[in-house]
Design a protein. Structure first.
Length: 302
């Protein structure tokens, strides 16, 4: 038993912990502290439970599972072909899957082409590369654990003050901004000092891991993200047809199924046309199929 425990702890110390920077370990520690606190606080516990029920609802969970399966397939191919050969990159891929990919998926529903373009261009932005470069260096674990809640509190003060009209809040926001700027400049100085003593290949590896991998993954996910946006837009449009069907005394399923098929044939995978139909089709006004098809044909030609 003791040998098994010591082996496990040795594996954790030598194989797992080196994958995380001190900043990431500090985040993990504070998240764990918050979750433990939430378990003993009834209000927070119930709010988190409601949030988790929504987040893990059937439809949302299915969409994310398919997303994760695609990321897993792409990761397997990249490792098998030798394009990615370091298992330390798995951490970056997991972080991308849990946050960046999900954000891209949900934000792209309203305007998929524009959001995908903005996401890809953002990976080439100087601010992104600079942020990644600065995050490649961290302080000691104790320092990171102390700084993390301070930085979070300062950002919370700024965010809260922006929605208040009282001048006192503006003064607090200005003070918090100055403190953050001083901390940022100190961090830049720390990074520059350590960059002089750091091997160039280490910096290049960090930049490649944090910038190139999300970019590659995003490019592979574009078809699926766009398809989810199309399905979501059709679902939103068809909800109105379902409402009309329920309001009628003698609803005909085949009747409205023809309308849905006609809309799909006209719009296909064009999200702009689907949005136009959603805005301009007066679904509660058409009495016959001919009226509806004439209106649909007129709108689809715009």
């Amino acid at each position: 038993m003791e040998n098994t425990l010591s082996t496990y702890l040795e594996f954790l110390r030598t194989q797992i912990l080196p994958l995380f920077s001190n900043r990431e370990l500090a985040i993990i520690i504070w998240v764990a502290i918050f979750l433990i606190y939430a378990l003993f606080n009834k209000g927070i516990r119930e709010s988190l439970a409601r949030l988790l029920r929504i987040y893990y609802g059937y439809k949302l969970l299915t969409i994310r599972l398919i997303l994760y399966i695609q990321i897993g397939i792409v990761t397997y191919i990249l490792f098998r072909t030798g394009i990615f050969s370091q298992y330390s990159l798995i951490k970056t891929i997991v972080a991308y899957s849990l946050y960046s990919a999900v954000v891209l998926l949900y934000e792209s529903i309203s305007d998929p082409l524009n959001q995908i373009r903005k996401t890809i261009l953002n990976y080439f932005a100087a601010t992104t590369i600079l942020t990644v470069y600065l995050n490649s260096f961290s302080y000691s674990l104790i320092t990171e654990c102390i700084l993390l809640p301070i930085v979070f509190l300062l950002f919370a003060i700024i965010a809260y003050a922006e929605h208040q009209n009282d001048p006192q809040y503006k003064n607090a926001s200005g003070c918090a901004t100055v403190i953050l700027a001083f901390m940022a400049l100190s961090g830049i100085g720390y990074v520059i000092y350590h960059s002089i003593h750091c091997q160039p290949e280490v910096i290049i590896e960090n930049l490649a891991r944090e910038v190139l991998i999300p970019l590659v993954m995003t490019c592979f996910l574009i078809p699926y993200v766009y398809l989810v946006a199309v399905i979501s837009k059709y679902e939103s449009l068809f909800v109105r047809l379902n409402v009309r069907s329920k309001n009628e005394k003698n609803p005909s399923g085949n009747h409205y199924r023809k309308w849905k098929i006609a809309i799909i044939k006209k719009c296909k995978l064009n999200t702009a046309k689907i949005d136009l139909c959603t805005k301009q089709l007066k679904l509660f006004m058409y009495e016959t199929d001919e009226d509806f098809l004439a209106a649909l044909d007129k709108i689809s030609k715009k």
